[in-house]
Each structure stands twice: as structure tokens, then as C-alpha cells.
Design a protein around this ligand. Structure first.
Ligand code: ADP
Ligand code: MG
Length: 221
């Protein structure tokens, strides 16, 4: 893997909040087709690093390179445009809409008479199949499936934009061990498609099972 050029490179990044240096000259690289775990105690700076990568926080110094080019991310939209998608712990979807509508929300296929639902659901079906979720009926209501499956729908939604980087912030906290395995199957499948996955977890056994490399943050370093 050392021969691959990184999709994301964080170079000497610092972020200071009043009274605390949340990130102190942090450098790390995310390679295509790797699962990279981000670990560290509470307050170590994991969320701050993710928010820097998703443009929620501006960096005080250092640089963030995506595909070898320095980018100044100004928000989730600009991060997404740069190919970085994030799925947070709490699923952020609409339970009363269909699975397919959730996957395609804001990116529905349009025809002569507004949204072409047949084409939109077909597109959703393709997005789900890419993750090995081809058995899910895109027309079923989101609330009819488990929270774990809803989280996978959230990942499908994140990947509709063909992101090269998927960031998962503590994705396993609300899952049982079978559900974690289903999630990990999806993660491996995306990894094998060349997506870089940055995965925040507190669970060492899960980190050892799924990760190719690990970065540990401690006091922002
Ligand atoms: P982690 O996600 O690893 O638990 P965080 O990135 O949330 O750590 O926090 C790193 C440090 O920065 C902590 O000391 C935290 O209190 C501080 N911090 C995080 N966000 C803010 C903020 N918005 N304002 C002030 N301090 C913050
Ligand atoms: Mg955190």
C-alpha cells in the first residue's frame, strides 16, 4: 500500500479553541482502498479532526490536500464536492419516506413532469446493490427496517455522490454483533472498490478486525 498516493493528506494541522489546542501539528494520510481507524480517549481530538476534514472547522495552520491538491474546505457541501462524505452516529434520514427516497434525497432523477420516481428508485436500487444491499426494496418505508439497516441506507446515500472517502464517526455504538458484521461487509466491499474509509471507534477488537492501519490521537497530537 505504501506505493499508493494518498487521497487525503493532513499536514501539520493545528486547531486551537479558547484554552485548548485540540489539534497540535497533526499529520496523517488516508490511502485509497484502506480502512483506517482513528482512535483516542475522549477529548483527544478525533471529532475535531473529522470536522476539519468535513469543513465544519477551519484549520489555524497546516494544510489539507485532497488528491494531492491543497483544499480550503468551507463546509459539508465543499467537502462533499471534494469527494469526502461523512456518516454520523445518529442516523440523519427521514423515517416516513421510502428507502429509495432517502438514498436519493436531493438527487432525484427528473423527467418532463417533475421527479421520475421509477428512474429514481432504479438509481437507488443500484446504489444499494453497490453495497451488497440489493435485497432491500427501495419502495419500502425507511421506518420498516432496523436502525442498523437504516445506517447502511445512510452509507448508500453518502456514496451516491461517488465519494472517494467515507468517514464513519462511531458507526458501531448502537449495533449488536451481527449488525456490526453486516456493516463491516459493506465497509470491506467499499474498500475493495478503492474507497478510503476513516473509521472512529472505541472498540479495540473491532478496530483490529476491520482496519488496515490505525492512527492514535493523544492530547491533540
Ligand atoms: P474527541 O472527539 O477525541 O473526544 P474532540 O475533538 O471533541 O475530542 O475534542 C478535543 C478537545 O477540544 C477537547 O479538549 C474539547 O474539549 C475541545 N473542543 C472540541 N470542540 C470544541 C469547541 N467547539 N469549542 C471549544 N473546545 C472544543
Ligand atoms: Mg468525539
Amino acid at each position: 500500500m505504501s506505493g499508493l498516493s494518498p487521497i487525503v493528506e493532513v499536514r501539520d494541522v493545528s486547531i486551537t479553541f479558547p484554552g485548548v489546542k485540540a489539534l497540535d501539528n497533526v499529520s496523517f494520510r488516508l490511502l485509497p482502498g484502506e480502512v483506517h481507524a482513528l482512535m483516542g480517549e475522549n477529548g483527544a481530538g478525533k471529532s475535531t479532526l473529522i470536522k476539519a476534514l468535513t469543513g465544519v472547522y477551519q484549520i489555524d495552520s497546516g494544510a489539507i490536500l485532497i488528491g494531492g491538491v491543497e483544499r480550503h474546505l468551507t463546509g459539508t457541501a465543499s467537502a462533499q464536492e471534494a469527494g469526502l462524505s461523512t456518516v454520523y452516529q445518529e442516523v440523519n434520514l427521514c423515517p416516513n419516506l421510502s428507502i429509495g427516497e432517502n438514498v436519493m434525497l436531493g438527487r432525484e432523477v427528473r423527467g418532463w413532469l417533475g421527479i421520475d420516481w421509477t428512474a429514481t428508485h432504479a438509481e437507488a436500487q443500484r446504489a444499494l446493490a453497490r453495497l451488497g444491499l440489493g435485497d432491500l426494496d427501495p419502495r419500502a418505508t425507511l421506518s420498516s427496517i432496523s436502525i442498523a439497516m437504516q445506517q447502511l441506507v445512510a452509507i448508500s446515500r453518502a456514496m451516491v455522490t461517488d465519494s472517494t472517502v467515507l468517514i464513519l464517526d462511531e458507526p458501531t455504538s448502537s449495533l449488536d454483533s451481527n449488525e456490526v458484521e453486516v456493516l463491516f461487509d459493506v465497509v470491506r466491499r467499499l474498500r475493495d472498490q478503492g474507497v478510503a474509509i476513516l473509521f472512529v471507534s472505541h472498540f479495540l477488537d473491532q478496530v483490529y478486525e476491520i482496519s488496515d492501519r490505525v492512527t492514535v490521537l493523544r492530547n491533540g497530537r
